[in-house]
Ligand binder design. Structure first.
Ligand SMILES: [Fe+2]
Length: 253
């Protein structure tokens, strides 16, 4: 069966979590590790190319962790965030250097833990820090050469295809969908003429993509609602996700 993951957030705490039908908690911040009973999955917002990455995770106690996922980019060792976008604070790296950094850090991770590892597809915007990292063939090479799973973020894929001028289904079909271990569902937003991932309520399009992708994934995966604004709306989508997961699992077995 697919697993409904429950991200811990400012709204989801030790009490409110009981209002949800979920299989496993998803921790997004170091401070929340071991706050809830195991098992847990850890989704880290820092990209593996960022020099902060190893520094921040090297002392984690991985006991009970089922999956560790992280972002691939930005495509430089140091970045800052300015009006929503990543801005490079160090040189933008070429493909081969990014690949060697990822290879080295994944090897170091595997010395620290045998927890399965996965990388998330990001959103592309036309700025230097986003170079290479959203290209589907590059993501495929990173996943396959490092034996990683793929966290498929629906909104990120939609934003990337739109901003790169690529047909959406062509973009996602070029990703290593057979390696998906987790799917993120959230709503995209057009803000100031630009598509953004502001973690809005998922809409019909998001669910259509989710259904499409689930039909192509050869295994049970984690399903994560990335929406954190209203408990009742979160509960509604939690129920939808559970039903959808059940129907899809039954049709595959
Ligand atoms: Fe995501």
């Amino acid at each position: 069966m697919h697993k409904i993951t429950m991200p811990i957030s400012h709204l989801v705490n030790e009490v409110s979590i009981n209002a949800f039908d979920f299989d496993i908690v998803e921790v997004k911040f170091l401070k929340d590790i071991h706050r809830f009973n195991p098992p847990w999955v850890f989704h880290f917002d820092v990209g593996i190319v960022n020099d902060l990455f190893m520094r921040q995770i090297r002392n984690i106690d991985w006991t009970g962790c089922e999956l560790f996922s992280f972002h691939l980019g930005p495509a430089c060792r140091r970045v800052k965030k300015e009006s929503y976008y990543h801005i490079a604070e160090s040189p933008v790296l070429d493909r081969e250097i990014i690949k060697s950094i990822v290879k080295d850090r994944v090897a170091r991770l595997r010395e620290l833990t045998d927890v399965p590892l996965a990388v998330e597809n990001g959103s592309y915007f036309p700025f230097p820090a986003y170079t290479h990292i959203c290209e589907p063939d590059f993501i495929t090479e990173i996943v396959e050469e490092n034996r990683l799973g793929l966290v498929f973020d629906i909104a990120h894929a939609m934003i990337t295809a739109h901003n790169a001028g690529v047909v959406f289904t062509k973009y996602i079909d070029a990703l290593p969908l057979d390696k998906i271990v987790e799917i993120h569902l959230t709503g995209t937003t057009i803000s100031e003429g630009t598509w953004k991932d502001l973690h809005n309520e998922p809409d019909f399009t998001g669910y259509a993509v989710l259904n499409y992708v689930l039909c192509l994934v050869p295994r049970d995966v984690h399903l994560t609602l990335e929406y954190y604004r209203d408990l009742e709306i979160m509960r509604k989508h939690n129920r939808i996700l559970r039903r959808l997961a059940n129907v899809n699992s039954e049709s595959r077995h």
